[in-house]
Design a protein around this ligand. Structure first.
Ligand code: AMP
Length: 528
């Protein structure tokens, strides 16, 4: 027997329709690339659109797929993913005009390049001629009607696409649906996660291309919170000013971004007058940062863990009732874990390389491969790239292997102990170690190369290249670093090279980078 409840699909357009009807006066405030502060209410937004945030609703809401691209990728990678995704229209800020000129003639399927600006800021005619199919965003809007009836379609329809280079080989596409997005948003807004309400002002420091700014662009209209978008001003001073002037109560970002903010606030003896919660994830948040926010500024850090493949939220380190009785140190220990699973996400740890997939105990000691399942977790990569990623359990359930190694406490708090994927995370952004190794391996004097993360005080991690030379051949550190020029984005270039006699190999012939990391854990990078 079925229940007698209405069958209304969970569509992204319903978020902005709700915000318009019930939070019409609430604001979306953006610091634009033009430098000024732009304000628009949810009511106006629902009729008229304003650039990035608005594309989230216009594109997905009309049944198309919004593919967000990380502009810091090398142009070759941008061309690769635009072709792979078969992108037809590409929207860009004028800041990226040089990049657009570099990729425009090379993509196969893009028909229109839309500059997100007004006529006055469009490139001059002879410049514009270099990009066939160039259009002006504001002009397109002027030509279109203010009214639009959102189409209703199956909630499982694809809504947006993000490529992740967190996996080996080429970047792979993660294709979200309307249903997965709306469900994820509902849970992300819960009190033990972002805890976002109509009385909040939320500022995502995380870029909109990083897993849909962790869902915040959907969460704000759903809850009626004010949304504050920082634009290019991610330095401590700009962020602090925006926090204060807009009365920001909740923010979110990777650990490195907070270093700049805390340094600015400390240097000038400032306090936060409205900020109460800062969600930190993307890489492990140092306990010292959590402590500083709490003890010096009265801001609660919510340490959270997730992945592009998980929309992204999986766990968040909110207290249970019993933790309120703990002393400061005890509470800090709970807050420093990656947190417990939110509703909708199930997780387990299994023995590393254990084919039976037997679950390990939640005793805070045993660590193993972390597997997850849930309605906003990937089933397959776009176009089936890389085959079926899921691991089947004895009951036939598919689990997504996160590539992280973790332990889980008896209370259900998860702690990441290692990243089995071996990629390097610099300032919260992936650097593909395989790509870096492949380039090094192309050098005639290199027999074997492994790229590992070395600790960096500002960027958390930077690539360190470990090289075995071919017998009788010679190459210097400088020659190898110069070899990267023009082949990858400049910030992907390793910070240092060390030469070794051999790289340890495992039973299946794979390089054991965990051993290398151990060997070079105290390595001092020259530029740091
Ligand atoms: P991405 O898909 O780029 O968001 O990266 C996901 C990966 O980032 C995860 O698989 C983890 O390895 C890492 N990560 C995310 N959040 C955390 C965290 N709080 N602590 C440690 N690692 C994290």
């Amino acid at each position: 027997m079925f229940g007698h409840m209405m069958q209304l699909p969970l569509l992204i357009s319903s978020l902005i329709v709700h915000a318009e009807r019930h939070h019409g006066d609430q604001l979306v405030v953006s610091r634009r690339v033009e430098g000024d502060i732009h304000r628009i209410s949810y009511r106006e937004l629902a009729w008229n659109t304003h650039r990035h945030m608005e594309l989230y609703y216009g594109v997905s809401g009309s049944g198309r797929v919004l593919h967000t691209v990380n502009p810091r990728l090398h142009p070759d990678q941008i061309v690769y993913i635009a072709d792979h995704a078969e992108d037809q229209v590409l929207f860009f800020d004028m800041t990226f005009w040089p990049l657009i000129q570099a990729v425009a003639g090379r993509t196969k399927t893009v028909r229109h390049w839309v500059a997100m600006t007004d006529r006055a800021h469009m490139p001059a005619a002879e410049q514009a001629a270099k990009v066939p199919g160039l259009l002006c965003y504001e002009e397109l809007l002027e030509q279109a009607s203010d009214r639009y009836a959102w189409p209703v379609f199956d909630e499982n329809t694809a809504s947006s696409l993000c490529y992740t280079s967190g996996t080996t080989g080429n970047p792979k596409g993660v294709l979200y649906s309307h249903r997965s997005t709306v469900l994820h948003t509902m849970v992300a807004a819960l009190p033990d996660c972002f805890g976002c309400s109509a009385a909040d002002a939320i500022l995502p420091v995380v870029p909109m291309f990083h897993v849909n700014s962790w869902g915040i662009v959907y969460m704000a209209p759903m809850t009626g919170a004010k949304l504050v978008l920082p634009g290019l001003g991610l330095d401590g001073k700009s962020l602090y000013e925006l926090f204060e002037s807009e009365g920001v109560t909740i923010s979110a970002g990777v650990p490195t971004v907070w270093q700049g903010l805390l340094a600015h606030v400390e240097a000038h003896g400032l306090k936060f007058s409205t900020m109460r919660k800062s969600a930190i994830g993307g890489s492990a948040c140092p306990p010292a940062m959590i402590r500083k926010f709490r003890d010096d500024y009265g801001v609660r850090v919510l340490h959270a863990w997730g992945m592009t493949e998980m929309s992204p939220i999986g766990t968040a380190a909110a207290f249970k009732a019993q933790h309120h009785a703990l002393d400061d140190e005890g509470q800090l220990a709970v807050m420093s874990t990656q947190g417990r699973a939110v509703y909708g996400v199930d997780m387990k740890i299994v023995g590393q390389d254990d084919a039976s997939g037997a679950e390990l105990p939640w005793d805070g000691q045993a660590s193993g491969d972390l597997l997850v399942r849930g309605p906003w977790i990937i089933d397959t990569y776009f176009k089936g790239e890389g085959g079926n990623p899921l691991v089947q359990d004895a009951d036939g359930n598919g689990w997504f292997p996160t590539g992280d190694v973790a332990k889980i406490t008896p209370e259900g708090y998860m702690v990441i102990t290692d990243h089995s994927k071996d990629v390097i995370k610099s300032g919260g952004e992936w650097i593909g170690s395989i790509d870096l190794e492949n380039i090094a391996m192309a050098h005639p004097a290199v027999a074997m190369a492994a790229c590992i993360a070395a600790h960096h005080p500002k960027w958390d991690e930077r690539p360190l290249l470990v090289v075995v030379k071919k017998p009788g051949m010679d190459v210097t550190r400088e020659e190898l670093l110069a070899f990267y020029e023009g082949k990858i984005a400049k910030w992907w270039t390793p910070d240092d090279v060390v030469f070794v006699d051999a790289i340890p190999l495992g039973a299946t012939g794979k390089m054991q980078k965990n051993k290398l990391r151990e060997q070079f854990k105290a390595h001092c990078l020259p530029r740091s």
